[in-house]
Design a binder for this molecule. Sequence first.
Ligand code: DX5
Ligand code: ZN
Length: 216
Amino acid sequence: MKPIISPSILSADFAHLAKDIEMINQSDADWAHIDIMDGVFVPNISFGFPVLKYVAELSTKPLDVHLMIVEPQKFIPEVKALGAHTMNVHYEACTHLHRVVQEIREAGMQPAVTINPATPVTLLQDIISDLYMVLIMSVNPGFGGQKFIPHSLEKVRQLRELIDYAGANTLIEVDGGVNLETGKALIDAGADVLVAGSAIFGTPDPIETIRQMKAL
Ligand code: DX5
Ligand code: ZN
């Protein structure tokens, strides 16, 4: 099966955001990945809902929204209003994760749970069947352009086993330092969805790079 490709607009040219969203629209990308940061959960601030309203209007691809914020459950209505396909919340940011997952589903979105590099996949054992997707961070969240953490490959393998053992069909997404080389290794390890920012927007021909990722 071909991987799902989700370009991260965090690496787009914010002065010409419409142009870069149009590039994603024209490409083989499946989704558009949106990184929301609050300067508390992660040491950076990206963009908020007033900007994303326009991104959502311009994008013809389903929005894969990744919230790197504390108390993400407070923003379920705002993410829903964007028309998001998937809402990713961090395991580390949700005390009552089960409740948050149900609320995301009740709001009509696909629930996904993201884990930081130091969070073991086994902690998802009791919730895996309720999840549309798990997002494994292969860098510490907060910034684009960081180096891929090799241990993430082992986490993908472990998660694939956990999903198969549960008889679930949860997708495995990976985010951080993903390029054509690490992307290939991730797919071989069992990943379904690749997020890539700098490896797409930092190349001379992003449409061609997306095509090559899709063909991995
Ligand atoms: C990082 C974000 C990523 C980021 C990935 O915290 O969650 O989505 O855009 O950027 P690259 O692909 O450059 O590592
Ligand atoms: Zn992300």
